[in-house]
Ligand binder design. Sequence first.
Ligand code: TXA
Ligand code: MG
Length: 329
Amino acid sequence: METKILSSDINSILLAAKLISSNEIIGFPTETVYGLGGNAFSEEAVRKIFTAKNRPADNPLIVHISSLKQLDDVANAYSDLAKKLMASFWPGPLSLILKAKDCVPKIVTAGLDTVAVRMPAHPVARDLISKAKVPIAAPSANISGKPSSTTANHVYEDFKGKIPLIIDGGECQFGLESTVVAVDKEITILRPGAITKEMLESFANVNYDIYQNNGAPRSPGVKHPHYHPNARIVLLKGSKREIRQKAILQQGSHVGFFGRSELFEGLSCKTKGLLEEDNFLYTYAEKLYAFFRECDYLGVETIVIHEVAKLGLGHAIMDRITKAADEIV
Ligand code: TXA
Ligand code: MG
């Protein structure tokens, strides 16, 4: 199958919507990462998503909607707290776990009685959903276990020949996947993201509960290996001074350094992603996966990154890089 990459004009969005209506799957931009989307009501389309990604069947998908009206098509009985979160953070990078309607195929929810729902903020994603006239089930557009795609080219690398169309919406704004929360009296963060604990705290008590009491993850996706490029990842911890000293020991022509420029400046390496102080955490999140992929492309053997404070967006960054790290120094 030929895979086309088209710029995000109205004609491409109409073509993409037509493909979705005929149960094909396509790559499309969102403000977090690119999605691999299909008609959420079609078992056939959703099966294609699982096959193309090589995704384990026990890992449920997020259903993307373009209007609150569409929410009633997929979810039942949401609480006042859930409504408040929707009013404050939708459209945007927040996925809510809600009671699923029976019409949502079990393949989407991996057999759970809940469904994750998100209204993306990206205008192309919203337009696509509204033109397709169905909610779109979409995981991140990467082969399972690889870093999520933050450009159309990343999607092409992973799905060339397997899907008919990728809509190119440029680089994703956030670069990290959405925050996933379950809501009852409290808010439970199952996957941290750009909607942070601090932002949610004005609505209710918030806790991180990646694992249930019995040790099973509440969000099945977190137990699968994640976010790994081919290169080995070394995560440096400590004060700036300690990190700089540890980085000096790591340098060499097989290395890719990613992080604050003051920590890695002047060191020998194959490639560097150096970030400045301005909007440091946002840039870290935005560029991280693209750097991982660039390193694979260049044949870098060791990627050296450094920890950040677990505050605000720092929590989501630490979640991803701790999962990705092969060695913590
Ligand atoms: O930003 C994002 O969320 C991107 C874009 C495309 O929207 N999508 C994304 O999807 O990251 P994916 O499939 O890579 O991650 C979905 C996460 C997984 O960890 C999955 O286990 C969890 O959401 N999830 C989905 N449905 C769930 C449910 N009913 N209960 C608990 N966790 C759920
Ligand atoms: Mg994913």
